[in-house]
Design a protein around this ligand. Structure first.
Ligand code: TYD
Ligand code: MG
Length: 459
């Protein structure tokens, strides 16, 4: 046998290099290259096809009018778990490959088993377990109260044999729990190594595209929060969903990080119970912590992750620092954004926190990526700094610019309505987002253009 060819793949950006280097020449990350073994099949396939995972040439390509194709693509099936359908962009797409990542014990296996249960007889599923025994899977299904007869499971870790079984059984949905346990006969590397994970995922992706079977891959998350194995796994699949939650909280958030068939940042909310995951179809108020009254350092914002508004509490703690370099800790939002907001607060809000430790946390373990969080974050910080609670039933949103201006955010009216529905009495928002009428129901709306105006509005 010829000596196996190897290459190096960057875990950060997924680019390939023929030689090992300390720094990835493409993305500049240090120490991110891992050696992979190229399989003979993969070596002969064109590089681009190999990277995208579409090397399957079982059917010779033809030139077609898109009109003729449009009717056949995107046949969607509703799963019957509303929050999961929502995150997938409106249901399960035939032949799609979905990667679900999350910490161990967060509920990935439970969710996918419940999904098969919900599909039941409608769509034949196959659950491939590489981590648990069949008895453990059956016991869990029983505990979840799922109908056992339509559930098919297979304990197998070799990708070639999985594909054989699936081809024989013809399920419509194939679940691989987890991709890190799967290996291919083409490579001699150990299961779980980057090359095995990559090749196996590529094989399964090809299989999904050829057969029209929808494949779900479970992926473990590394300490840094990415899916173990190179980023190339994320490029290969159609959708990447992350299952997140705070330890100790029973709420779980499923977030679309990439989706070729729907909106990214769409959130699905679940609660873990003794009977498995339950949907939380109206989650807008669960991210508010239950204070008896107004507390210093707490502000409520209306964020719009995905396609619906959510009321979320941000908490800040600002305290005299004993350190020469005070701490800046941001949980659930970007660290750099916090540093920028503190600079704006100093320059345009007149509050100097350079000698203070600043901790900011988004309640409920959710992550807020949009800039609408800027204003409420500054409110929470200032409130903690002055040790004075914000007015009761106050809600805010708005982007803060470097010159202290408050910029509008998308879907202002929808956010305001959501806040009014939940009994908030005052909203401080960008002027361009404020409606002409200064109230919605009981709620007074204050439109502001500058940070100084916003701070005056809450005094
Ligand atoms: P699991 O689906 O095994 O997580 P993952 O596959 O992401 O590692 O979830 C396991 C956790 O969920 C475990 O801590 C127990 C809890 N759990 C419940 O609280 N209720 C249930 O009905 C089930 C099945 C699990
Ligand atoms: Mg599991």
């Amino acid at each position: 046998m010829a000596k196996a060819k190897t290459a190096y793949v960057c875990n950060e950006c997924g680019s390939e290099h023929s030689k090992w280097q300390g720094q990835c020449a493409d993305c500049g990350a240090w120490n991110s290259l891992s050696e992979i073994v190229l399989s003979p099949a993969a070596k002969n396939a064109p590089a681009a096809a190999r990277r995208s995972g579409y090397a399957g040439d079982a059917t010779a390509p033809r030139v077609l009018s898109l009109d003729a194709v449009a009717q056949t693509v995107e046949a969607r099936t509703s799963i019957g778990i509303g929050e999961l359908d929502r995150v997938l962009g409106g249901g399960l797409v035939e032949g799609s490959v979905v990667l679900i990542g999350g910490d161990p014990g967060i509920g990935k296996s439970t969710l996918l088993l419940q999904m098969l249960g919900a599909l039941g007889e409608r769509l034949n599923g196959l659950y491939v377990t590489g981590e648990e025994s069949l008895a453990q899977v059956a016991a869990r299904a029983q505990r979840l109260g799922l109908p056992l007869a339509p559930l098919r499971a297979l304990a197998e870790t070799c990708v070639e044999r999985i594909v054989e079984h699936a081809a024989a059984h013809k399920p419509k949905v194939l679940i691989i729990d987890s991709i890190q346990t799967i290996w291919t006969e083409l490579l001699t590397a150990a299961p779980g190594s980057v090359s095995q994970v990559r090749e196996s995922a590529a094989r399964l992706t090809r299989f999904a595209k050829e057969s029209g079977i929808s494949v779900f891959l479970v992926g473990h998350v590394t300490k840094e929060g990415g899916i173990a194995g190179p980023r190339v796994l994320e490029h290969m699949v159609d959708a990447v969903l992350y299952f997140e939650g705070e330890s100790g909280s029973r709420f779980r958030v499923l977030r679309a990080f990439k989706n070729r068939f729907g909106a990214v940042n769409e959130l699905g909310v679940f609660a873990m119970s003794e009977k498995g995951l339950r949907e939380v179809p109206n989650p807008s108020a669960i991210f508010l912590s239950a204070h008896a009254g107004p507390t210093p350092g707490s502000a409520v914002m209306v964020t719009r992750e995905g396609t619906r508004p959510l009321l979320v509490e941000v908490q800040a703690l600002v305290d005299q620092s004993p350190l020469a370099n005070p701490r800046r800790v941001a949980l659930g939002l970007e660290q750099n954004r916090l540093a920028m907001l503190l600079a704006v607060l100093h320059r345009h809000g007149g509050a100097a926190v350079y000698d203070q430790d600043v901790f900011v946390n988004v309640v409920g373990g959710i992550r807020v990526q949009e800039t609408a969080a800027d204003l409420p974050i500054l409110f929470a910080i200032l409130s903690s700094f002055r040790d004075r609670a914000l007015p009761d039933k106050l809600v805010a949103f708005g982007e803060v610019g470097l010159s202290g201006e408050i910029r509008p955010v998308p879907n202002g009216e929808e956010r305001l309505k959501e806040a009014a529905t939940h009994g908030f009495l005052k909203a401080v928002v960008p002027k361009a987002n404020a409606p002409k009428k200064a109230r919605i129901g009981e709620m007074e709306i204050v439109g502001v253009e500058r940070l100084s105006e916003a701070l005056n509005a809450i005094l």
